[in-house]
Design a binder for this molecule. Structure first.
Ligand SMILES: Nc1ncnc2c1ncn2[C@@H]1O[C@H](COP(=O)(O)OP(=O)(O)O)[C@@H](O)[C@H]1O
Ligand SMILES: [Mg+2]
Length: 279
């Protein structure tokens, strides 16, 4: 386990294999003035599920958008540092090119297309592909999410859980090397969270797809991730294995207090500041 200071001082590893994704000390600015990420670094090894945790407003979605290139659509920019994917720099590249490199983001709030069917939404996920195996992959997605096959109407009529499944299925259709997931638990019942995270784990194991999982629900995320990063105010403040984080007293108090509900922990910000041992 590492504190923020150790994390920032850490030299590049010399002996271990290069991670599939390496975010190195990035700074992100919106509208040329609003500094949101302030020197953020993280590694995602090939084939792993890594969790990026933090409260609302910490900069988690911004981090994912920096990686997927979608920052550009919001007038945001990586102004310092670098993002290396599969051995090549990807920061500053257009989002469609990043999809072609093998990174697919599942946006927060299940951005499926409401007035298309599930099948049409799944086909959209394969927009970068020219191979003939798209139909086979639709069958594969239905194997993981059988309910999507049964529901033949417009996607807008699917339940929240089904829409989340469709959003994940659509990402699978791109056959990405890596999926970035932004709060897949949002708005789902605890039972559905369990189901969706179980399938995320299964997809990771079966297909070998690497996953960077952004969550406010630290408990759910650490149940499937091997490693996690905790961020606050645009920086990583703590990282470690899922076990280390689950057993850390501060993490328990501020991020695991009651079924993923952080309102209690963050209500008293003053005591939060006083108690933070990692800064
Ligand atoms: N398009 C944007 N323009 C300006 N500021 C933004 C934009 N998107 C996010 N922010 C700001 O960046 C900070 C981090 O936001 P975000 O990355 O969405 O955090 P999280 O996903 O952890 O809740 C917030 O203060 C938010 O107001
Ligand atoms: Mg967010």
């Amino acid at each position: 386990m590492q504190t923020a200071a150790e994390h920032n001082a850490r030299p590049a590893p010399l002996t271990t294999a290069a991670p599939l994704l390496a975010v190195r000390n990035i700074e992100v600015v919106y509208d040329n003035v609003i500094l949101v990420l302030r020197g953020l670094s993280l590694d995602v090894p090939k084939g792993a599920i890594v969790a990026l945790l933090g409260a609302n407003g910490a900069g988690k979605s911004t981090t994912l958008k920096a990686i997927s290139g979608l920052l550009k659509t919001e007038d945001g920019e990586v102004t310092r540092g670098e993002i290396v994917f599969d051995g090549e720099r990807v920061d500053g590249i257009d989002p469609d090119k990043i999809v072609r490199r093998g990174i697919f983001q599942v946006m927060e709030g299940r951005r499926i297309i409401a007035d298309m069917t599930s099948l049409e939404n799944l086909r959209l996920g394969a927009f970068t592909r020219s191979d003939k195996n798209v139909d086979d992959d639709i069958d594969m997605v239905y194997k993981y999410f059988p309910r999507l096959k049964e529901r033949t109407g417009l996607a807008g009529y699917l339940s929240g859980g089904e829409q989340q499944m469709l959003a994940i299925g659509r990402a699978m259709m791109a056959r990405p090397k890596m999926i970035l997931m932004d709060e897949p638990s949002m708005g789902l019942s605890p039972l559905l969270v369990k189901e969706v995270f179980g399938i995320i784990k299964q997809i990771n194991r079966d297909l070998g797809v690497t996953i960077l999982l952004v969550e406010q629900n630290a408990r759910a995320a650490l149940s499937v991730a091997s490693h996690g990063y905790i961020m606050e105010q645009g920086k990583v403040v703590l990282d470690g294995t899922a076990d280390e984080l689950r057993n850390n007293e501060d993490v328990k108090e501020f991020y695991l207090g009651g079924a993923g509900d952080q309102r209690k922990s963050f209500k008293n910000l003053k005591s939060f500041k006083r108690r933070k041992r990692w800064l």
